[in-house]
Write a protein that binds this ligand. Structure first.
Ligand SMILES: [Zn+2]
Length: 285
């Protein structure tokens, strides 16, 4: 599942390929334009296709903001996309065969050297660049952004002190970028039970600093590596390792659902290395 470093890497690649290039043709395979206060937006829906022409506009830059990707043109237009669980942008040379089913294509941007194809995009909308704050203004400090502010991230994580830290870490309004894997991994590495109230986490500054260092280290690969071991099956401490022995103490790793801003998400932890309240028994599995 794409996390902030994945989106950062996607933005870097798209920027390197497209910045300064003129769009020769564009296509957005989303249901219909919707007019809102910020102008026409194009929301994802049932499969259909219509042309929205950005041709002639030059790509100024492609930037990541948390898990949001913003492609800006010289005409003051922003293409805002979000991967959610499984989106991706691919780059192809003109004429090259696309590696993905046609029906999952949401956006096609053609330039002379490259064709950028957006697959399974959960959000795909156009808006004036001047109105970007309406779609990303709610985000907390961006772990991989130029405006990273760890003190403000800690303040926002603690703002709701009774909320479980595993829930708080996924709240993009508190801290933009981390996803489910980093949530479980940093809690393990700091020895913190993910159900510990945010206000009771000792050295939350240290946890946020570790998160930053891990995501920074992975931003050129998008691999979400946390163990330093790239061999298959060894890349994480607890994530997706249910029932397997903890790499530190041998206790079987557990998993349980934990609320997040967009529904329940699975949290993994070692009950020995991360002593604490644990999940409510009704959610235990
Ligand atoms: Zn353990």
């Amino acid at each position: 599942m794409p996390e902030g470093d994945t989106v950062f890497l996607a933005a870097s690649r798209l920027h390197a390929a497209l910045a300064g290039e003129k769009l020769l043709a564009t296509e957005f395979r989303v249901p219909r334009p919707v007019r809102t206060s910020r102008g026409p937006t194009y929301k994802l829906g049932p499969r259909s296709s219509f042309a929205t022409d950005l041709s002639g506009q030059v790509v100024r830059e492609v930037a990541a903001r948390g898990k949001h990707l913003l492609l800006r043109t010289d005409a003051g237009t922003t293409l805002h996309t979000h991967f959610k669980m499984e989106g991706a942008w691919h780059l192809y040379r003109p004429g090259e065969r696309w590696r993905g089913p046609d029906f999952q294509v949401r956006a096609v941007l053609r330039t002379e050297p490259w064709v950028a194809v957006g697959f399974r995009l959960a959000i795909c909308e156009l808006l004036p660049t001047a109105s970007e704050h309406e779609v990303v203004g709610h985000l907390g400090p961006d772990v991989l952004g130029p405006d990273w502010d760890p003190a403000e991230a800690v303040r926002r994580l603690r703002a709701d002190p009774d909320r479980a830290i595993g829930t708080a870490l996924l709240d993009q309004r508190a801290i933009a970028g981390p996803g489910n894997i980093y949530k479980s991994e940093v809690c393990f590495l700091r020895g913190v039970d993910p159900w510990t109230p945010a206000g009771k986490v000792e050295d939350l500054e240290g946890m946020v600093d570790l998160l930053k260092r891990l995501m920074e280290a992975n931003r050129t690969t998008g691999s979400q590596l946390t163990t330093g071991d790239t061999r298959p099956g060894r890349t994480h401490w607890v994530a997706a390792r249910t029932g397997k022995p903890c790499r530190r103490c041998g206790t079987p790793i557990r998993k349980a659902d934990q609320p997040s801003y967009d529904g329940e998400r699975v949290t993994y932890w070692c009950p020995t290395c991360q002593p604490g309240p644990g999940p409510p028994t009704t959610r235990r599995r």
